[in-house]
Design a protein around this ligand. Structure first.
Ligand SMILES: [Zn+2]
Ligand SMILES: [Zn+2]
Length: 102
């Protein structure tokens, strides 16, 4: 579940800091993580990588409050586009598909 959102993370880090984004497959809402400034310069590659990984981890935790991975199609979807089907959270397009089958 957690891994799924991560796979869809788009790295939009630039010289100002680390930033990651996710786009809702259903409504197209773009979510961006809070910009995190690296404490070390890019010159110190190894340390920079550590910071990058930490920032990504933090961004993921942040994303988990706004986004979920659909249980069926695994698409990253914002909370607004999530539908609870029984005890399963699915995206609204999967929900529609399921309902039409019933
Ligand atoms: Zn959405
Ligand atoms: Zn789905």
């Amino acid at each position: 579940m957690k891994q799924r959102i991560k796979e869809h993370f788009v790295d939009c880090s630039d010289k100002n800091g680390f930033c990651f984004s996710l786009t809702c497959t259903i409504c197209g809402t773009v979510w961006k993580s809070t910009l995190m400034k690296p404490e070390v310069s890019t010159a110190v590659k190894r340390l920079y990588q550590n910071e990058y990984n930490r920032a990504r981890e933090a961004a993921y935790l942040e994303a988990a409050t706004a986004f979920t991975g659909c249980r069926l199609c695994e698409a990253p979807v914002c909370k607004k586009c999530m539908v609870l089907m029984g005890d399963m959270e699915v995206c609204s397009s999967c929900a529609r598909r399921l309902r039409s089958k019933l």
